[in-house]
Each structure stands twice: as structure tokens, then as C-alpha cells.
Design a protein around this ligand. Structure first.
Ligand code: GRF
Length: 200
């Protein structure tokens, strides 16, 4: 059983998809702690409903990013976390978290990377006029949304899509592919070769 630590900043619908996949026995993993940088994150309530321990660390309460991330690392270690899942965690990961969890930390992004990295990926896709966008789960590296790609799902952009309607369609795919990526890792099926993630 793989112990998951999920980092969030907001409503936590991806967190919910992960919890449901674990509790439904679809993946050999368990969410053992949920950590938020925002005490108002809706995902904290979702965790509590499932009796999952939560922790809140607000970056402003720490003297710098390294000290903040060290506290997160301590919490993850306390719960013996084997895989860190960023799920709507709106902070750039710094060297401390990376040093401890490189190759054991993944993120979900609402576009087909490397297109439209960073904030407001769905709006970027609409503004650019693409007809296909999607969702990506990838390992986290030093860059912003640049790490080796594990799973992607394509989503059509419709003519009268708004940021909201497109985001909603992408979100359904996010909820579908995040548990798949975790399942691969929980079953030890992946190997990273440079930029490529291959099945063993
Ligand atoms: C998702 O679209 C995720 O891809 C992005 O932020 C959003 C978080 O949604 N990074 P939720 O908190 O999982 O509902």
C-alpha cells in the first residue's frame, strides 16, 4: 500500500477523486495526510469527512520558503508518505521539497503540456484558439510544469466554450487520469529515462 500525501490550496476536487479511487479499492494506495497552504481550502473539509489527517502551513508565518517547506517535509515524513500528489497546490515547489521527494512527487495540470504551462491554462488555450487541449499528470522537477509526463488526456475545445465550460470538461479528465498515474506508481510500473516515463 502506497502512502499518499496530497498538497492542496483550494476546493480539492482532484483530492476527492484520489480519495474515492483509494477507498473504492481501485488503486493500492491510501491518502494519509492532506496539507494546505490556505486554511480556507475547501479540500480540508473533504479530508476531514474521510477522517484523513490535515495540516495547514501558511507561508507568511515562516521566515522563508525553505523553512516553510521543511515543515511540510516533516509532516510528510511523520505520516511515512511515499508519494506526494500536488492537487491544485498553487505554489511553486522549491528546492527543499524537491530534494526530499524528487521522483516521488507528481502534479496535475489542466492542459496538454508543454503547451500552456503556469496559471490560467484553460484561458491560455481559449485565447490561443487551439481546438484540442487537455490534462497532464507529470513528475515535478525544478521548472514550472516541466517534469516528465506520465499520463495525458485530450479534450476538445468547443466553439462557444467559456473558461468555465472548458475548465469543467478538462476537470472531468483530470479526475480520470490522476488516479491512473497514481496506480502506475503504486504498482511500481514506471521508470523515468531522461524526459521520458516508460512502462517497466
Ligand atoms: C485543477 O484544474 C488543477 O489541474 C489545477 O488547479 C485545479 C484544482 O482543482 N492545478 P481542485 O482543487 O482539484 O478542484
Amino acid at each position: 500500500m502506497l502512502n499518499l500525501g496530497v498538497l492542496i490550496s483550494g476546493r480539492g476536487s482532484n483530492l476527492q477523486a484520489i480519495i474515492d479511487a483509494c477507498e473504492g479499492g481501485k488503486i493500492p494506495a491510501k491518502v494519509v495526510v492532506v496539507i494546505s497552504n490556505d486554511p480556507a481550502a475547501g479540500g480540508l473539509e473533504r479530508a476531514k469527512k474521510h477522517n484523513i489527517p490535515t495540516a495547514v502551513f501558511e507561508p507568511n508565518n515562516f521566515k522563508d520558503k525553505n523553512t516553510y517547506e521543511l515543515e511540510i517535509v516533516k509532516e510528510l515524513k511523520k505520516h511515512d508518505v511515499g508519494l506526494v500528489c500536488l492537487a491544485g497546490y498553487m505554489r511553486i515547489v522549491g528546492p527543499v521539497l524537491l530534494e526530499h521527494y524528487r521522483g516521488r512527487m507528481i502534479n496535475i495540470h489542466p492542459s496538454l503540456l508543454p503547451s500552456f504551462s503556469g496559471l490560467h491554462a484553460q484561458k491560455q488555450a481559449l485565447d490561443h484558439g487551439v481546438t484540442v487541449t487537455g490534462a497532464t499528470v507529470h513528475f515535478v522537477d525544478d521548472g514550472c510544469d516541466t517534469g516528465p509526463i506520465i499520463v495525458q488526456s485530450a479534450v476538445p475545445v468547443k466553439e462557444n466554450d467559456t473558461e468555465e465550460t472548458l475548465s469543467e470538461r478538462i476537470l472531468q479528465q483530470e479526475h480520470h487520469i490522476y488516479p491512473i498515474a497514481i496506480e502506475f506508481i503504486a504498482k511500481d510500473k514506471l521508470v523515468i529515462e531522461g524526459r521520458k516515463v516508460k512502462l517497466k
